[in-house]
Design a protein around this ligand. Structure first.
Ligand code: G1P
Length: 288
């Protein structure tokens, strides 16, 4: 049973400057909700309420976002705005969130290593804090179901076009079914033409506690950082790792064009915006 989740959210967000100079990329709003709230909601919808956020310099607004704000509660209560009062209370009570700070940015593997005391001897989910996955069954729940079946590390993947393999961790192996592959290769951001497949790591994982020892043995890799993909390759030499092609759509909020697309798509999903926003977009397209 997976009871804990880790959300790494310490990165600089250099791909989103200048917005991320003084605020975390995880707090960028999609319509009116910060990206990280969607990620925390995915944990909760997957039955996980014990969440560790790997935080860092300049990330304090993430803590404030999930904390109580008595003044705001009081103000909204006085106005008898029941809708927003309930929304704010819901947000404040969403999950049991803990924080640990990564003091130096040494890569995703190092970020995950900061979760070793919190996770102890239990398997846990990892959800990257700048990726939203829109799915009927939450993607973390999909991975938990595969973990329950194989009792091994599970990595969410999606197919990407061959010219994009150098942006992701890429896995290779033997297909067991339509969506499940037993891995025999993993490489972080391979050069185009050298990737074992076009199955890209999609920002969600179920890891076993063995990962912490593997990270200790991992030397610096791509970008001179301790890469989670390299630590997972050490696990691969000892244990099975399965990849699972997710059912759902991935939105990488760390890059600007995807952020814009996500904003438009998520606005169109909202009842209060669908009609007026569709009208606006149709008019706009006519003029293009
Ligand atoms: C990280 C992982 C990579 C994965 C990607 C998904 O890279 O290292 O394996 O494919 O997230 O978004 P980053 O985007 O942090 O460079």
């Amino acid at each position: 049973m997976i009871k804990k989740a880790v959300i790494p959210a310490a990165g600089f967000g250099t791909r989103f400057l200048p917005a991320t100079k003084a605020q975390p990329k995880e707090m960028l709003p999609i319509v009116d909700t910060p990206v990280i709230q969607y990620v925390v909601q995915e944990c909760v919808d997957s039955g996980i309420e014990d969440i560790l956020i790997i935080s860092g310099k300049g990330k304090r607004s993430i803590e404030d976002h999930f904390d109580r704000n008595f003044e705001l509660e009081k103000r909204i209560n006085e106005r008898e705005d029941e809708f927003w009062y309930n929304q704010i209370k819901h947000l404040e009570e969403l999950a049991n969130i803990h924080y640990v700070r990564q003091k130096e940015l040494n890569g995703l593997g190092d970020a995950i290593y900061h979760a070793r005391h919190h996770c102890g001897n239990e398997p846990f989910a990892v959800l990257l804090g700048d990726t939203i996955l829109d799915a009927v069954i939450p993607v973390t729940q999909q991975l938990i179901d595969i973990y329950d079946q194989y009792n091994s590390t599970v990595i969410a993947v999606e197919r990407v076009s061959k010219d994009k393999v150098n942006r992701y961790g890429i896995v290779g192996g033997n297909m067991i079914s339509d969506r499940i592959t037993e891995l025999n290769e993993m490489v972080e951001k391979p050069e185009i033409g050298k990737a074992p497949s076009n199955l890209a790591i999609a920002g969600r994982y179920i890891l076993t506690p063995e990962i912490f020892k593997a990270i200790e043995k991992t030397s610096r890799g791509k970008g001179n950082e301790i890469q989670l993909t390299d630590a997972l390759r050490i696990i691969l030499a000892q244990e099975k790792i399965m990849s699972y092609t997710i059912e759902g759509k991935r939105y990488d909020i760390g890059n600007k064009i995807d952020f814009l697309k996500t904003t438009v798509e998520f606005a169109l999903k909202r009842d209060e915006f669908r009609e007026p926003f569709t009208e606006y977009l149709k008019d706009l397209v006519k003029k293009l």
